[in-house]
Design a binder for this molecule. Structure first.
Ligand SMILES: [Zn+2]
Length: 145
């Protein structure tokens, strides 16, 4: 490394680092908190913080990997993580092929019924379950505060 590079301001390096995806497991606190899926699945889950997700989504789950947008507020982050962890369980139970075929079949059916991208997405059975269970999880944890 040259002397010139070494003397670059740290702030700009940190700024770039924020845009870079970072990956981690759930913290000890989160392992305790997200009690709506099994401890084994919580321990296997890997969280990847990303600057953006295509399609304008805030989160996305692929098997045990959860992508979460970096710019979320703390509250939005925790409820979204609860939601995405339901998808981790669904992936585990169904396997990739059945998860994706069920998801797509419901989406196409929803598009035909509702004629709306958003309504079709909301009608996907796996999304309905994830929303419901994350909502229940949120109620249990907000009343306990
Ligand atoms: Zn979802």
């Amino acid at each position: 490394m040259s002397r010139w590079k070494a003397s670059q301001p740290k702030r700009s390096v940190g700024g770039l680092a924020k845009l870079r995806p970072s990956s981690r497991r759930l913290s000890a606190f989160e392992l305790d908190l997200y009690d709506h899926i099994s401890p084994e699945l919580r321990a296997k889950t890997r969280l990847i913080s990303v600057p953006f997700i295509p399609g304008g989504y805030d989160g996305m789950t692929l098997g045990p990997i959860v992508l979460l947008k970096q710019s979320l507020s703390t509250d939005a982050y925790s409820v979204l993580l609860a939601h995405e962890l339901v998808h981790v369980r669904q992936w585990k139970e169904l396997g990739a092929r059945r998860f994706l075929s069920s998801y797509l079949a419901d989406f196409v059916k929803g598009l035909k019924t509702h004629r709306s991208w958003r309504a079709a997405y909301r009608s996907i059975g796996l999304e309905v379950e994830a929303r419901d269970l994350a909502g229940e999880w949120q109620k249990r944890h907000s009343s306990a505060r």
